[in-house]
Design a protein around this ligand. Structure first.
Ligand code: PA5
Ligand code: NI
Length: 187
């Protein structure tokens, strides 16, 4: 009997694009990111249709124990002095973690626990990031290329964006020609 060697989905290391039959894509545009960047006037000056990031995901079955695989492609740029970033979220099921891996470009992963303590990890091709449960996460593109990162997370985790209405405790900006993380007082 011939047992077939099945062909799984693949991800291109160069750019994080999937080769698979069922890829779902979602674009997040400037206009979707209301109140995310601290320079409101600079954000308003950017056309609302401007794409900031795309997420492509394998269309996986959902359920307890099932996993999603996705790739985020975050464009380079700044809103005022602040680098482009994803909205960022806690998981709705707070105990659920996630793994990110850098594929392309340079950036930072901002992590924040439920006590509001934030930290940053460098993201670069091959970097592996273990996001524990109870930890909010946001990607920041500090480079000149697209920042692409692979992510694997439980399908039951869900996204809780509202819990971060006060924002993260750190912002990453370009000041005096340097990439700097600044503490935020009121989110
Ligand atoms: O599951 C994840 O953490 C990622 O796939 C993010 O959803 C993706 O980077 C987009 O970020 P956000 O959901 O915060 O807009
Ligand atoms: Ni997540």
């Amino acid at each position: 009997m011939n047992i077939p060697f099945n062909v799984p989905p693949s991800v291109a290391f160069q750019n994080g694009h999937f080769t698979a039959e069922n890829v779902v894509k979602k674009v997040t545009r400037s206009g979707d990111l209301v109140g995310i960047f601290h320079d409101h006037a600079a954000w308003q000056a950017i056309p609302a249709q401007t794409p900031f990031y795309e997420v492509e995901m394998l269309d996986s079955p959902q359920g307890e124990g099932e996993l999603y695989v996705g790739a985020t492609h975050l464009h380079p740029g700044r809103v005022g002095d602040e680098f482009y970033m994803t909205r960022g979220h806690f998981h709705h099921r707070r105990e659920q973690g996630e793994v990110y891996m850098g594929l392309r470009g340079q950036g930072l992963l901002l992590l924040q626990n439920e006590r509001g303590e934030a930290r940053l990890e460098n993201v670069s091709p091959g970097s592996v990031h273990i996001i524990p449960g109870f930890t909010a996460h946001r990607l920041i593109n500090t480079g000149t290329d697209i920042l692409s990162a692979l992510a694997v997370w439980p399908t039951m985790a869900g996204h809780d964006y509202a819990a971060l209405a006060q924002g993260f405790a750190l912002r990453v900006v370009l000041q005096e020609g340097k990439i700097q993380a600044k503490e935020v007082q009121n989110g």
